[in-house]
Design a protein around this ligand. Structure first.
Ligand code: URA
Length: 206
């Protein structure tokens, strides 16, 4: 049940941008793009909402926009994004088949990790995106995305390589493309994870 995401989320139920208020993803974009919920609004160039198929069965979630994403206002368009495109292509998907977004919609200065209060401010946007898109599968890229969405502190070794049933979604965790660029040895694990994603997606179609 997608709505269960909002349980225990007092910020989502009390904020004026409650999920019920948004007609669709475009409406959510219009109402979120000038967000000033946290300090990152002051240093961003663009709010990076996310892009792709508004009815995607798969939502790919990264950590936060980098410099190139901040400039273009689009997720995963820098070096990591090129690798993500290749990973998706390798399992027969294009960017238009999925929806790609991040935990945090604005670039943290100097690409530092998002702070916990920034994550807290931004999560209602992601939760609302998921509520509107209603995907079946979430692909979480990297530990920050995984630990944030799943609300745990588990290691990548514990999280990857399996399907985690969470809040009505089938969740697959794999390495962030930036980590794969630094450690190409992890690519074979990522390949296993995304092959599993593809076969699970195919099973859900039948
Ligand atoms: N890294 C991310 O996590 N997200 C982006 O959009 C780009 C790089």
């Amino acid at each position: 049940m997608q709505g269960s995401l909002f349980e225990n989320d007092s910020s989502a139920s009390t904020q004026k941008e409650s999920p019920a208020k948004f007609r669709d993803l475009s409406d959510l974009y219009e109402q979120s793009k000038n967000c000033t919920r946290c300090r990152l609004a002051a240093t961003r160039t663009n709010f990076v909402f996310g892009e792709g198929n508004p009815e995607a069965q798969i939502v790919v979630i990264g950590e936060a926009p980098g410099a190139e994403e901040d400039t273009q206002g689009r997720p995963f368009v820098g070096r990591s994004g090129k690798l993500l495109d290749k990973i998706l292509e390798a399992i027969g998907f294009s960017r238009d088949d999925v929806f790609i977004c991040n935990i945090i919609k604005c670039r943290p200065p100097e690409n530092r990790n998002p702070l916990s209060d920034e994550i807290e401010c931004c999560m209602p946007w992601l939760k609302t995106q998921l509520q509107l898109i209603k995907p079946k599968i979430l692909l979480l890229l990297g530990r920050v995305a995984a630990n944030t969405v799943l609300d745990n502190k588990q290691s990548m070794g514990n999280l990857r390589g399996k399907i985690i049933r969470w809040s009505g979604y089938d969740v697959i965790v794999t390495y962030h493309p930036a980590a794969l660029l630094r450690n190409p040895n992890w690519k074979r694990h990522c390949w296993e994870d995304v092959k599993m994603l593809r076969s699970h997606y195919d099973t859900l179609q039948s």
